[in-house]
Design a protein around this ligand. Structure first.
Ligand SMILES: *[C@@H]1O[C@H](CO)[C@@H](O)[C@H](O)[C@H]1NC(C)=O
Ligand SMILES: *[C@@H]1O[C@H](CO)[C@@H](O)[C@H](O)[C@H]1NC(C)=O
Length: 521
């Protein structure tokens, strides 16, 4: 693929010249921008700056001009790079790690993925390409249809791997073959590596759970190709330096079946912490209700250091109201977005509720589609995203408290709402941006932190988007709210320096991006 660097404008040391914080920035000539392709640059848990990516011109019928801008934490421009590219090239996703930015492009005409890795100085470090075969093209088509122009759809194809590189999981679909490939590419030196389970016997899909400075951890669901057996979940650790599989934990020695959903590095340790649902051995992890939440501590070589189980009925039920199926009444199931390890050894899990509700409109659509012979008119259920639920755990991972923050529930109708597995359903809601959780910020020592989420209000005083922070000061949570009603075509809130958030608005007609820092308590 031809990548012509048109001109490289080194706005250079503006940041050092302009000593005062401007806290505001207007960018003109923005032909098109998806706000999810911009982001905060975070190092050591603190916001150091921002990157913006947008289409800055239309050169001719076949060619667009794009701009990548790097800003400091006060919104001063540090670097700006412009390049032209064919309009067949579409940006799929942007990601950053501790020392580089990665942009994943899909060239539909040439059927390739291209990853461009930039340093924070704005210099192109490496370009990696990956030819896409029929199997993954097919998957991408489906993905595109599902997401459309949805601004809220999250990035979940490209993952940062410590500060060393990036990884992409490419699902492969071809008739009965249903598997995946993991691509790793380094941001330190030119190095690319792929892992493919090469297992024709099973139907497999993988979810990226996390990475340390040597391994990438995946959750892999597997099923017999005959489709008769149960689905099993396992944790796979891949060393991306030695290119070897280090461990595969299939839980066969466990007394429960554990389905990990979230993984993070344990503070002050080289071990990993996994959190997820656990099921009794005889249950089906796709169809049955889980017994509760488990926390596993696993060493980088795959040794299970500890496993702690908090059952819905006996343990969690002491702090939140549950019905007999492990659903929190009115809240539904919990999806975990983040785990916070505060300086005093306390552990917080940031969850958000979701549930299926019967959908009269969906039933009507289905009745109509039966008459009209249309196939996928939609399910008879819709998904409702409910409250924020913060669970607190003791240093030995037993539940010690819960904070429930009510918000206005939002619901959406989708043809996938009838998905059997609550886990698959949650991942689907996440991919479509259905959850309200935004991000968590913390001070360097994690003495205090703020959990942020979006909401929408319809009251007599105010109608529109709101942005909420739940601040934990070491002993208690307190709430703050920003009203974000705006005439912009799209709006997104990003993490910022302590005490602030960054609000970015795109005005499509005026071709303008507005960025500003706003104080939050
Ligand atoms: C990690 O160790 C540092 C230094 O000993 C300590 O201040 C901090 O609280 C510890 N963090 C956790 C989560 O235990
Ligand atoms: C946290 O907030 C509570 C309630 O406002 C207050 O009583 C407490 O002293 C605060 N703690 C710290 C460490 O600031």
């Amino acid at each position: 693929m031809k990548l012509k660097v048109l001109l490289v404008v080194f706005v250079g040391c503006i940041a050092t010249v302009v000593a005062t914080a401007q806290n505001k920035l207007t960018v003109d000539k923005v032909y098109s921008a998806q706000l999810k392709n911009s982001g905060s640059i975070i190092g050591d848990g603190q916001v150091k700056g921002y990157f913006l990516f947008y289409q800055s011109d239309k050169v001719d019928k076949k060619t667009n001009e794009y701009t990548l801008s790097i800003l400091d934490q006060n919104l001063n421009k540090v670097k700006e790079i412009k390049f032209t590219d064919s309009k067949d090239v579409q940006l799929m996703e942007a990601a950053y790690n501790g020392n580089a930015l990665s942009f994943l492009f899909h060239n539909k005409k040439e059927k390739i993925f291209e990853s461009r890795v930039y340093g924070f100085d704005g210099k192109l470090k490496f370009t990696y390409t990956k030819e896409l075969d029929k199997k993954s093209e097919e998957y991408l088509k489906q993905l595109e249809l599902m997401r459309g122009d949805n601004e809220d759809a999250t990035n979940d194809e490209v993952f940062s791997v410590a500060d060393k590189g990036f990884a992409t999981i490419i699902p492969l679909r071809d008739g009965k073959l249903h598997t995946y490939e993991l691509e790793y590419y380094s941001s330190e030196s030119r190095k690319q590596w792929a892992f493919n389970p090469n297992d024709e016997e099973h139907w497999a899909s993988a979810v990226f759970l996390g990475a340390t400075d040597s391994i990438i951890v995946l959750e892999v669901s597997k099923k017999d190709r005959a489709m008769s057996g149960k689905t099993t979940a396992s944790i796979i650790g891949l060393n991306y330096e030695t290119k070897k599989k280090v461990f595969e934990l299939d839980g066969s020695k466990d007394k429960f079946n554990f389905v990990p959903q979230y993984c993070t590095k344990l503070e002050n340790s080289s071990n990993l912490l996994f959190m997820g649902s656990y099921f009794s051995k005889t249950d089906d992890i796709v169809r049955d209700f889980s017994q509760g939440l488990a926390i596993y501590i696993i060493s980088p070589t795959g040794q299970v250091v500890s496993s702690t189980y908090n059952s819905w009925a006996k343990d969690i039920g002491k702090y939140v109201n549950l019905n007999e199926k492990g659903k929190i009444d009115d809240i539904g199931y919990l999806f975990f977005h983040n785990i916070i390890q505060s300086s005093n050894g306390k552990l917080f899990a940031v969850g958000e509720g979701y549930k299926r509700v019967a959908d009269a409109a969906g039933i009507a659509v289905n009745a109509l589609s039966m008459l009209g012979g249309r196939v996928n008119g939609g399910g008879n259920t819709k998904i409702k995203v409910t409250d924020m639920v913060i669970l607190q755990f003791t240093p030995d991972y037993k539940i010690a408290g819960a904070t429930i923050q009510q918000k206005n529930s939002n619901s959406f109708h989708t043809m996938y709402a009838d998905l059997n597995s609550q886990h698959a359903l949650a991942l689907y809601v996440k991919a479509l941006g259905g959850f309200d959780y935004a991000f968590t910020t913390a001070d360097k020592e994690v003495n205090s932190f703020a959990i942020c989420y979006n909401d929408y209000e319809r009251s007599s005083d105010y109608k529109g988007e709101t942005f909420h922070t739940m601040r934990y000061n070491g002993t208690k949570f307190s709430n703050d709210k920003l009203e974000l009603a705006s005439k912009a075509s799209s709006l997104k809130v990003f993490p910022a320096k302590p005490g602030s958030v960054m609000i970015m608005e795109y005005f499509k007609k005026e071709k303008r991006l507005n960025l500003r820092l706003e104080k939050v308590n």
